[in-house]
Design a protein around this ligand. Structure first.
Ligand code: 5GP
Length: 213
């Protein structure tokens, strides 16, 4: 696949992790909307479908035995149990896509990030989003108004536990302004695409530039 400069390159795995309430979904949506080379990696999960979710777009929803069979058949690049449900990244589409210069966006937790990094360090870029402050996070997590204090406290505890994994990432961006945060994340993606090791077309290009001298 051509990049903006038309040189052949290898795709990358762009991981966005954050506690819920840090704006990850919005940033992911904006990235995907404005970038033809980036595709979402759709995970397989045993979690029940939520209202408004679309099979095959948000997740591939399966039952537990199916998930276990897929794991046994090594169909996943990584998988993890998150809050009592299983989530996994199917292998097939990713491997072929990377070779063709297709980039993939991953919305996975720190456990999946660790596994992907161990398996494919050179292809992985890890970005962690932080909320601007604990008060703001609490406000975002309780904005529905109908939730009980216990539910909100539970969400806050989860968020704190996710935040504790911030140092397993290459980039950490504080999301105090959605547009500014998006611009920073997009800059990271664009810069990472330019890494020499990913620009597989460079050797031939430079050979041509220097030929006949
Ligand atoms: P949710 O159920 O709210 O969609 O996602 C719960 C958590 O699971 C989020 O932190 C999300 O990043 C994580 N997650 C979603 N898909 C995967 C996956 O394929 N692998 C891993 N390790 N985590 C995932």
């Amino acid at each position: 696949m051509a990049t903006t400069d038309n040189l052949k390159r290898r795709g990358l795995m762009f991981i966005l992790s954050s506690p819920s309430g840090a704006g990850k979904t919005t940033i992911a949506r904006k990235l995907l909307a404005g970038d033809g080379d980036l595709r979402m990696s759709v995970s397989v999960t045993t979690r029940p479908m939520r209202p408004g979710e679309i099979e095959g777009k948000d997740y591939i929803f399966v039952d537990r035995p199916t998930f276990e069979r897929m794991a046994a058949e090594e169909a996943f690049l990584e998988w993890a149990e998150v809050f009592g449900n299983f989530y996994g990244t199917p292998k097939a589409q990713i491997k072929a896509g990377l070779k063709e210069g297709q980039d993939f966006l991953f919305d996975i937790d720190w456990q999946g990030t660790q596994q992907l990094y161990q398996r494919a360090e050179a292809d992985v870029v890890r970005v962690f989003l932080l909320p601007p402050g604990i008060g703001e996070l609490e406000r975002r997590l309780s904005s529905r108004g109908t939730d009980s204090a216990e539910v909100i406290a539970g969400r806050m505890a989860r968020a704190r536990s996710e935040i504790s994994h911030w140092d397993g990432y290459d980039y950490v961006v504080v999301n105090d302004d959605i547009d500014a945060c998006f611009a920073k994340v997009r800059t990271i993606l664009q810069a990472e695409r330019m890494r020499r090791a990913r620009q597989t077309g460079l050797v031939d290009f430079v050979r041509e530039l220097t030929a006949g001298g």
